[in-house]
Design a binder for this molecule. Structure first.
Ligand SMILES: [Zn+2]
Length: 274
């Protein structure tokens, strides 16, 4: 039987939580069949670190961008800095004979749970980074927490202004309703599900996992956060992705290999990976 291969499309293995054993964490992911990983990022420094790390590993990719919880760090030069990272890493990759590992702009969006910065600032930075994604022809990774309608309005604005790609990206760790997911899918987005789908009380995530068109689903660990059962409470890592896939398979009465296979295809499609 062919080996089951997974794509963790949202992981933070560049995080200091992995400082002491990062190599083993990458190895364990590989051993678990999680052969593709996309490192999601939160600010300019984090973007640079993740991009350098991605260059060191086969089938490891990353985003660049400023997280809504850090929106206050955005200034007029931020887009220039991010573009410079994109160009510099692209040149380095070329010398190594590989594709630029930077495959998305993210995490961008709105976080009204923490509300670290004024909502108007968050919205401005969100829109600026959608424009940047358009300029670089990259999809976006959206982080939206307790801000569904405002985020949707901005994405609809982007859609109506031709700023979104045909595969515009993913609404990461989606925590909204089935109807909310459907509206985003109509704009072209995929839906990312994470560890919470394995939690008993995750009614909405389980409903989405069960009913969604499988071509519109991505699986993410968000490591080191949101650890799935049976490791809930411990540090998360990419090798745990199959536990999320297993629950999705059970909810759909599907084979786990088919979930792995289709979500890998989806991840490659959304992030333009050959
Ligand atoms: Zn994340």
């Amino acid at each position: 039987m062919a080996k089951t291969i997974w794509f963790d499309t949202h992981s933070h293995l560049q995080d200091k939580a992995f400082a002491s054993d990062r190599d083993q964490v990458f190895q364990r992911a590989k051993d678990a069949g999680v052969e593709y990983i996309l490192l999601a990022t939160s600010n300019i420094e984090d973007s640079r670190v993740a991009a350098e790390l991605a260059l060191e590993h086969q089938n490891v990719y990353c985003s660049i961008g400023i997280h809504p919880q850090e929106a206050g760090r955005w200034d007029q030069k931020s887009a220039q800095f991010l573009k410079k990272i994109y160009r510099d890493i692209g040149k380095k990759a070329k010398r190594l004979g590989r594709d630029n590992p930077i495959k998305a702009i993210g995490e961008i969006g709105l976080d009204y749970h923490w509300d670290n910065d004024p909502r108007e600032v968050q919205k401005f930075v969100y829109k600026e980074q959608i424009r940047l994604a358009n300029e670089l022809n990259l999809p976006v990774i959206i982080h939206e927490r307790e801000a569904y309608q405002d985020s949707y309005d901005i994405l609809e604005w982007a859609y109506n202004n031709g700023l979104l790609k045909d595969e515009p990206g993913v609404s990461h760790c989606f925590s909204g309703s089935w109807q909310g997911a459907q509206r985003l899918i109509k704009l072209g987005f995929t839906i990312g599900l994470d560890g919470p789908v394995t939690f008993k009380n995750a009614r909405k995530a389980k409903e989405i996992a069960a009913k969604i068109n499988l071509e519109k689903l991505l699986l993410e660990t968000d490591a080191p956060y949101l650890t799935p059962e049976p490791y809930r409470g411990k540090r998360n890592e990419s090798s745990y992705l199959p536990y999320i896939g297993k629950v999705v398979a059970e909810l759909r009465n599907a084979k786990i290999e088919d979930i792995a296979k289709q979500t890998l295809i989806n991840g490659k499609r959304v992030f333009s990976i050959k």
